[in-house]
Design a protein around this ligand. Structure first.
Ligand code: 5RP
Length: 222
């Protein structure tokens, strides 16, 4: 199966976790787009969605799914999102689509995080994928130096020749060369650095279930 077919498979499998009448937390990315497309088939059975990005909001609304603001909802039963990497304990690296801050917020608001990913994302140790970190632009240089002191190399993500601006008006650093042996400690430490908005390690908001797309079908890892 192609990677795209695996994404479709896990996107459809995630429908099993959507409770009738509920508001669903929806992530961002190409895998989640498959989930959103599948969710359209049950749009009359749900109240709507809370979205983690302007891109997902547009896609949901185009399919006739009502989008609530996160501030209108106390708690969500499930949050469904992809990952750039997921380890065997459910810790993830996220933010390849630059939506990590809102993703972490909606994940924190949800009782269960259902991660949908193809098998290429399943790793023993996080750090192979360049780690996204959303930062306040004036802090970029100093934060890059702090990562260098850890053995990493940080570059500002660009789009169309200019620094990419997130939905929150900030920039993204992509950090290579890190081995994230203890994701909880790493997330705690980097989150304290002045100017860091959100680090793309999701250890505190880890996945409770991972639906992994493999050539043998969807594996459910808990
Ligand atoms: C966006 C994300 C995505 O979940 C992550 O980048 C995976 O994306 P895709 O499903 O396109 O591989 O964190 O910020």
């Amino acid at each position: 199966m192609t990677q795209d077919e695996l994404k479709t498979l896990v996107g459809q499998a995630a429908l099993n976790y959507v409770e009738a009448g509920s508001i669903v937390g929806v992530g961002t990315g190409s895998t989640v787009n498959k989930f959103i497309d599948a969710l359209a088939s049950m749009k009359d059975q749900i109240a709507g969605a809370v979205s983690s990005s302007l891109a997902s909001t547009e896609r949901l609304q185009a399919l006739g799914i009502k989008v609530f603001d996160a501030t209108e909802v106390d708690e969500l039963a499930v949050y469904i999102d992809g990952a750039d990497e997921i380890d065997h304990a459910g810790h993830m690296v996220k933010g390849g689509g630059a939506a990590l801050t809102r993703e972490k917020i909606v994940a924190a608001q949800s009782r269960r995080f259902i991660c949908i990913a193809d098998k290429s994302k399943y790793v023993a140790t996080l750090g192979g994928f360049p780690l996204p970190v959303e930062v306040i632009p004036m802090a970029t240089r100093r934060i890059a130096r702090q990562f260098e002191a850890m053995g990493g190399a940080a570059t500002v993500r660009h789009k169309d020749g200019k620094p990419l601006v997130t939905d929150n008006g900030q920039h993204i650093l992509d950090v290579t060369g890190l081995k994230i042996a203890d994701p909880l400690v790493f997330e705690s430490e980097v989150s304290q650095w002045p100017g860091v908005v959100t680090v793309g390690v999701f250890a505190f908001q880890k996945a409770h279930v991972c639906l992994l797309g493999t050539d043998d079908g969807v594996e459910t890892l808990v």
